[in-house]
Design a protein around this ligand. Structure first.
Ligand code: FAD
Length: 285
């Protein structure tokens, strides 16, 4: 595979912490299958307000015990400085060296009593408390964060996180590659040269994908929506079409400056493996 990058290719896989014992066992199998591809790291999400705090840490420790780098996400909304300090200390004590630092979204009805408003404040705090102990990844939104007052303001806010000391960014998923390329150009024009790794969401069904995309501001182009709807309940066709479409997207991204790919696996191995096998990123690649 060819690519034109200034950074080596970075591959990572995201999980959410399982809620049940069966989920834990199933994730171990998923992790083993994906580990064969030798990713740079696995990341594990963190419920805003600290709802998954222990489960995120347990999952990360379990991954690291198999000799694979794992990065916990850490969302700050609704948290106090003391809460975050304790979590950082816990991460340090467990040999964690990479964090995905986020604001998070509080569940509706939960009032924020926290001391952080935005992710740039969390990045500032992590650097002030722990210096360069952690590599910090932050979120980026090529299609603009849904609460942003404008694309320009959103970009300024992204830059605050970089200026606060982020080492890399992972984007919200998207199916419009041009939005990502435009974002990369804007970064370059603004002197931002950290890796901006595209977040990739495999397509395996559509009702949930539409709902989720609506909430997080990921655009599903009309033609894609129509194609997916047209498959009705035919899951196999949706998955085959989705794998082909997302493979093409990944290929285009890698060939035009993406420094790697971050997969939102939804705790499943097959959809991500299908794409990576299509891309011929095999174990020995
Ligand atoms: P911010 O960067 O703080 O931005 C949020 C909004 O505030 C934007 O509209 C921005 O323009 C604006 N803003 C930012 N800074 C300022 C400022 N200083 N002044 C004024 N306005 C500002 N959520 C979870 O709860 N747990 C997870 O594990 C998780 N993982 C994620 C991983 C990735 C790769 C991505 C892309 C998202 C993830 N999310 C997660 C979702 C994320 O928490 C939401 O998208 C959330 O709404 C924004 O988080 P952020 O860190 O991007 O926030």
């Amino acid at each position: 595979m060819t690519s034109h990058n200034k950074h080596p290719q970075l591959f990572s896989f995201e999980f959410y912490p399982p809620k049940t014992e069966e989920g834990v066992v199933s994730l171990q199998s998923v992790r083993n299958q994906l580990a064969a591809l030798k990713p740079d790291f696995f990341s594990v999400t963190f419920g805003a307000g600290g709802s998954t705090r222990d489960k995120t840490l347990d999952t990360v420790i379990d991954i690291q015990s198999k000799g694979i780098l794992a990065a916990p996400h850490l969302s700050c909304v609704g948290s106090t400085k003391d809460n975050i300090r304790t979590i950082l200390k816990n991460y340090q004590d467990n040999g964690i060296s990479k964090i995905v630092a986020l604001r998070g979204d509080l569940p509706s009805g939960m009032l924020s009593a926290g001391e952080f408003r935005y992710a740039n404040e969390l990045v500032d705090f992590i650097r002030a408390e722990t210096g360069d102990d952690f590599q910090i990844h932050v979120a980026a939104y090529p299609e603009v964060h849904p609460q942003a007052s404008s694309a320009a303001e959103d970009f300024k806010n992204f830059k605050r996180k970089v200026d606060a000391g982020a080492n890399a960014a992972i984007t919200q998923y998207f199916y419009n590659a041009d939005a990502y390329f435009y974002f990369l150009d804007t970064c370059e024009k603004n002197g931002i040269n950290i890796p901006i790794v595209p977040g990739i969401m495999p397509i395996t069904q559509y009702a949930q994908l539409f709902r989720f995309s609506e909430m997080c501001g990921a655009d599903i182009p009309r033609w894609l929506r129509k194609r997916l709807e047209g498959f009705g309940d035919d899951r196999a066709s949706i998955q085959a079409f989705g794998a082909e479409l997302v493979t093409q997207l990944c290929q285009r991204l890698l060939n035009n400056g993406a420094p790697g790919l971050h997969f939102y696996t939804m705790n499943q191995a097959a959809p991500t493996l299908a794409i990576l096998n299509n891309l011929e990123l095999k174990t020995d690649a």
